[in-house]
Design a binder for this molecule. Structure first.
Ligand SMILES: O=C(O)CCC(=O)C(=O)O
Length: 286
C-alpha cells in the first residue's frame, strides 16, 4: 500500500485519493446536545445523582475498611479502589455503584454498563495528580469508553477537583497499556492546548469524560478529604480489552470480562488474573 501511495504521489495524483471512510463511533450520551459537546470537547458536566444518593454513598464509604491505602511514587495522598488488592473490597465497591449510580447512568448514557468502579480520594493536603490519560479499555475506533467522575463533596480547585484538557481526546490516538506510563507522551500531544478548565462541581454532579481525555487534579489544600466516585463505563456490547507490554517487549491485547477488574493487580501480568478470555500479540516490539 505504501509503495502504491508513494508511486502516485510521485506522479502528482495523491490529491485524487479519497480518505478512508471511517464509520462514526456509536453514541455515548442519549441527549444529542450533550453528545455533540462530548464529541467536541471530550467531556460533559451533568447532574447525576440526588443528595439522598450522595449521602447514602458517603455513609457506605465511611463504614468501609479502606486500610490498604495506595502508595504512589508520583503523588502523595491519592487513593483509588482498583489499587486495593482485596477482590472482596473491589466487589463491594462495584456492587455499591451498580446500586447507586447505574440507575442514573441508564437514563444518561446510550446502553452503557459499568466496567469497574472506584472511590477516588484525595487526602487533606495531598498532591497534584499530573496530567495523564487512562488505559485503553476497548476498540476506540468503534466505541468510546468514559469515566464518570462524581464527587460526594462539593469540589473546587482548592480541594482538588478534576481538570481536563479540552479536546485532547482528538490527539490521543495511541494504545495505552497498563504498565507503560503515558505522562510525557500526553504532555507532548497536548502541549499547545491552553483550554484546561478545572471544574468546580456540587456533590452529585459529574464529569463524563472520554478515556482519551488528558486530565489532572490540583492539590487538595484543605483539611478535609475529597471523596469522589469514578465509574469506568463502556457500551454493553463492546468487547473489553486490556493492553500490556510483556517481558519480550511485545504489546499484548487481552480480551477480558468485567471480573478481570476485581482481582487484576496493577503491575502484575494480566495472565495472573481471572476474567482473561483470550490473548493476541498486537506488535512484536514496542
Ligand atoms: O480524582 C482525581 O483527583 C484524579 C482522577 C484521575 O486522574 C483518574 O481517575 O484517572
Amino acid at each position: 500500500m505504501r509503495n502504491w501511495l508513494q508511486a502516485i504521489r510521485g506522479r502528482g495524483l495523491a490529491s485524487r485519493v479519497e480518505p478512508a471512510v471511517v464509520a462514526p463511533r456509536r453514541n455515548t450520551l442519549r441527549d444529542p446536545e450533550l453528545q455533540r459537546q462530548f464529541e467536541d470537547s471530550g467531556f460533559v458536566v451533568v447532574d447525576l445523582i440526588d443528595s439522598e444518593t450522595v449521602l447514602s454513598l458517603r455513609q457506605r464509604y465511611d463504614s468501609m475498611d479502606h486500610e490498604q491505602r495506595t502508595q504512589f511514587d508520583w503523588v502523595d495522598g491519592f487513593n483509588t479502589s482498583i489499587y486495593d488488592k482485596r477482590p472482596e473490597y473491589r466487589a463491594e465497591v462495584f456492587d455499591l455503584m451498580q446500586e447507586h449510580i447505574s440507575p442514573a447512568l441508564a437514563s444518561l448514557l446510550e446502553d452503557y454498563q459499568i466496567m469497574f468502579a472506584n472511590f477516588i480520594v484525595k487526602d487533606p493536603h495531598s498532591d497534584m495528580v499530573p496530567p495523564h490519560v487512562d488505559w485503553t479499555f476497548l476498540d476506540e475506533e468503534q466505541f468510546s469508553s468514559a469515566t464518570v467522575w462524581c464527587p460526594l463533596v462539593d469540589t473546587t480547585p482548592a480541594n482538588g477537583t478534576l481538570g481536563v484538557v479540552s479536546g485532547s481526546h482528538q490527539r490521543i490516538d495511541f494504545l495505552r497499556p497498563s504498565n507503560v506510563p503515558t505522562y510525557e507522551r500526553c504532555e507532548l500531544a497536548v502541549a499547545d492546548i491552553e483550554d484546561r478548565p478545572v471544574i468546580s462541581l456540587r456533590a452529585g454532579q459529574a464529569i463524563v469524560m472520554d478515556n482519551r481525555v488528558v486530565h489532572f487534579s490540583p492539590p487538595n489544600t484543605t483539611e478535609l478529604d475529597r471523596v469522589a466516585v469514578g465509574c469506568v463505563v463502556g457500551p454493553r456490547e463492546a468487547e473489553l480489552h486490556h493492553y500490556w507490554v510483556n517481558e519480550d517487549s511485545e504489546l499484548m491485547k487481552y480480551q477480558i470480562d468485567r471480573s478481570f477488574y476485581l482481582d487484576f493487580v496493577i503491575g502484575a501480568p494480566p495472565t495472573e488474573s481471572g476474567g482473561v478470555l483470550g490473548a493476541s500479540v498486537v506488535s512484536s516490539s514496542v
